[in-house]
Design a protein around this ligand. Structure first.
Ligand code: HEM
Length: 290
């Protein structure tokens, strides 16, 4: 037992030292995703020759530019034990947000594009695009989310579900151009499942609240607070199961025709409409029609 604790301590120290946290500088770009931003904030200069990657596995370039799908698949697996099935799908969508034709990489600020097709209203820590297109961390919005964890050391499915649901209701009430249909609901539930899983446990969602605060507020992996990546992988199967639990804990109605679970999460991240089954194409996304 003591040996395992010692090994964990050594692993945490090694990760924290080889990948120190450095906030973005003036020429670095970031996204509306605390997951991608954290990996970049612990990242270093990255060369295509892979020499820095070998020294600094599990992270993406600190400048937030020229990120490929294999790079991000590798990084999330290594840093947070998030599986290739989810990250390949999300990363492929991110490529489409790059304004260049036939791009093989994306910059973190490309994925800010409103409703294209990952970014959405009612975020946990960002204002809706109607109020602020910048999509950086917003303390007022985050305070609303955080208020649902008051008095808790560790997040619960119920508290996280309530926090997400309150943000959805707030946007519906105050944003005259709000878009929040079945696709946005599934993406938003999946994001809640992601932070509960990667910072806590992919089955129970028990993530310590200080870890969650560090991740959202500083976009930092909380090595300094004792966090280590979970032993169990977060993947489409675990996310689908947690998305169902989150929605079950929620008093809100599910849009007609939407069945939540692994298949639905997979569909949405493969750009298939979760209600009609139709594939979202880049053209219809660009025209804002889907
Ligand atoms: C290549 C993989 C990924 C891409 C392209 C991606 C992209 C995005 C984008 C565009 C958003 C903004 C959605 C919005 O408007 O609120 C977002 C939000 C989010 N992402 Fe990621 N993401 C990826 C992987 C991950 C992973 C592995 C985690 C795990 C911890 C994560 C955690 C989150 C969370 C918690 C949010 C919600 C932020 C908020 O509501 O304020 N993401 N992601």
């Amino acid at each position: 037992m003591w040996f395992k604790t010692l090994l964990t301590f050594v692993a945490v120290q090694a990760a924290a030292q080889s990948n120190p946290f450095r906030p973005p500088g003036p020429n670095d770009v970031r996204s509306p995703c605390p997951g991608l931003n954290s990996l970049a904030n612990h990242g270093e200069k990255y060369t295509l020759l892979g020499d820095i990657k070998a020294k600094n596995p599990g992270f993406i370039p600190h400048n937030g530019r020229k990120i490929t799908v294999p790079m991000v698949v590798d990084a999330f697996k290594e840093a947070m034990n998030v599986g290739a099935d989810f990250v390949t799908a999300a990363g492929t969508i991110a490529l489409q947000a790059n304004p260049g034709l036939f791009s093989t990489s994306f910059d973190l600020n490309d994925v800010k594009k409103h409703n294209f097709p990952l970014e959405h209203d009612a975020s946990l820590s960002r204002q809706d695009a109607f109020f602020n297109r910048d999509q950086s961390f917003d303390n007022d919005v985050w305070s609303q989310t955080l208020s649902h964890f008051e008095g808790l050391d560790t997040a619960t499915i119920q508290a996280a579900s309530d926090a997400r649901w309150a943000r959805e209701n707030d946007s519906l009430a105050i944003n005259p151009s709000v878009v929040f249909g079945a696709r946005q609901l599934v993406v938003s539930l999946t994001e809640t499942a992601l932070y509960l899983s990667a910072l806590g446990d992919p089955v129970s969602g028990a993530a310590p609240v200080p870890f969650i605060k560090s991740f959202f507020e500083q976009e930092k992996l909380p090595f300094d607070l004792g966090w280590t990546k979970p032993d169990q992988e977060t993947n489409l199967a675990t996310l689908g199961a947690m998305v169902s639990l989150l929605q079950l804990a929620n008093p809100g109605a599910v849009p007609e025709g939407l069945n939540l679970g692994t298949g639905t999460v997979r569909d949405v991240f493969n750009l298939i409409d979760p209600v009609t089954g139709k594939l979202t194409t880049v053209t219809c996304a660009l025209l804002g029609l889907c």
